[in-house]
Design a protein around this ligand. Structure first.
Ligand code: SF4
Length: 461
């Protein structure tokens, strides 16, 4: 039995710590269900693990470590390629079960093929794309569990009713050796969502609105709990978009209460991938105590933009017509899901983009979906290419965080870009003087057509 007056995050942390209840501010040792790392932080994490536990040490549970190369993959940069080699060697040494390598040969070495270039497929059958989207797609996100990852957007898995947060390499090295971590229980802010989104408004607008309300540091080390009929009405993709950006307000985690949609999604993905299908969900109590509790009427939201230079710099798309753009970008864990591309394609179908526009699917499944899904008889993939979008078959983080100079879509000059990604601090997508405006796939698409920031409601019936 757990103390009734606790929030969902507190409940999950209490159970993972073997306690009846916890309070915000408590420091508790939490048992970890899944630890994820990738090519940027994995080598450092492995280094910490070996230094602290010994060069012959074994990880605490080889079935609970998930390694997903995704950040600097499709590049000729040799240091980036070497990072993936380090992951591959560690997986072999440890006998890890879940490694989504970019090549099929466990003794091989990936090399950029300039003939295929950035657009043509350059990966094998195990590659899974962007880590957070891949974690869900491969069945590693389960209600009630604790998922830690060496990436700040690990909070995306809170969409599944689990405690999920990003940690540093030192903590991750410790988790590799012990399977547990000392964590401070965060206070919880509740965002009560009610009403229905109007045409042209998306989940991305909800989270940009919420972050704009509290500021980019407004949830620092707090849980952001999204609840209410408006939250229940959202798809799992929408919930992922929202939970993903909790960190953009400084949040420790974002979380939704699990429901039938969650269970169906998890069942599909664990069944398809043979990942662990059992879990014990936890639900919201009626008398939870929050540090902040505010209602948001989704019907009143309008297409929203987070302007340069931070995700809390909120304005409405219709107020920004005078902002001329050089580039549009759709992709990332937040904005590169199938539903994001479908929304984008609905806006641009039969038209031509006016500015350089890049599309990077989050996972290989998204690539397949875009080839299979039809809009008036034409594949979504073909709709986008016909409109002039540079669409790559190589899923990954790409220009979401800049990357090496040859990264697809990277801003190597001081350009202005409207982007379906999640972060826009200076230099995030490349050049330090470039400017990034965060928006929904609808708004990015409408803006790509006009060359300036555009309210998409003229294009969406
Ligand atoms: S797509 Fe962007 S936000 Fe997501 S994991 Fe990659 S770099 Fe981070």
């Amino acid at each position: 039995m757990y103390c009734p007056a606790v929030t969902l995050t507190e409940k999950i942390m209490a159970r993972a710590a073997g306690k009846k209840s916890v309070q915000p501010g408590d420091n508790v040792w939490v048992q970890v269900d899944v630890l994820m790392t990738h090519d940027v932080c994995g080598p450092g994490t492995i280094g910490v693990f070996k230094r602290e536990f010994g060069k012959d040490a074994k990880v605490w549970d080889k079935n609970k470590v998930v390694i997903i190369p995704d950040h600097y993959i499709f590049t000729a940069d040799s240091k980036s390629n070497r990072n993936v080699d380090i992951l591959r060697d560690f997986v072999k040494e440890q006998g890890l079960k879940y490694f989504y390598d970019v090549i099929d040969d466990p003794n091989g070495h990936w090399v950029f093929d300039p003939v295929k270039g950035n657009l043509k497929k350059q990966y094998g059958s195990n590659y899974a794309g962007v880590c957070h989207t891949a974690l869900a797609a491969k069945g590693h996100t389960r209600p009630g569990e604790v998922l830690l990852g060496t990436d700040s957007h690990t909070c995306m898995a809170g969409a599944f009713g689990q405690f999920a947060t990003g940690i540093g390499n030192t903590d991750a090295g410790f988790v590799l050796g012990t399977g547990k971590l000392l964590l401070k229980v965060p206070e919880t802010m509740r965002f009560w969502l009610e009403g229905q989104l109007q045409p042209g408004v998306m989940a991305k607008d909800i989270i940009l609105h919420c972050i704009g309300d509290i500021g980019f540091d407004g949830a620092t080390y707090r849980a952001m709990q999204f609840q209410g009929p408006g939250a229940s009405s959202l798809s799992m993709d929408d919930r992922m978009t929202i939970a993903n950006m909790a960190i953009e307000a400084g949040g420790k985690n974002g979380i939704f209460e699990p429901d039938e949609k969650t269970f169906a999604y998890v069942k599909d993905r664990t069944t398809a991938n043979g990942t662990k299908s059992t879990y014990d969900p936890l639900f919201c109590d009626a008398d939870q105590k929050f540090i902040y509790d505010k209602k948001f009427d989704l019907a009143k939201l309008e297409p929203t933009v987070a302007c340069h230079p931070d995700p809390g710099n909120r304005k409405l798309a219709r107020e920004l017509k005078s902002v001329a753009l050089d580039r549009a970008y759709i992709g990332s864990c937040t904005g590169g899901k199938t539903s994001d591309f479908l929304a984008f394609a609905q806006v641009i179908k039969g038209k031509k983009v006016k500015i350089d526009t890049f599309g990077v699917p989050a996972t290989p499944d998204v690539v397949a979906d875009l080839r299979a899904a039809k809009l008036d008889g034409q594949s979504v993939w073909d709709v986008m290419v016909a409109a002039g979008v540079q669409l790559t078959e190589n899923p990954g983080c790409a220009a979401c965080l800049g990357g090496p100079a040859d990264t697809f879509g990277r801003m190597n000059k001081p350009l202005k870009c409207i982007s379906a990604t999640n972060r826009n601090f200076p230099g995030r997508m490349g050049h330090l003087e470039s400017q990034v405006f965060l928006a929904s796939p609808y708004t990015v698409a409408a803006s790509a057509l006009t060359g300036h920031i555009t309210d998409p409601r003229d294009y969406v019936s």
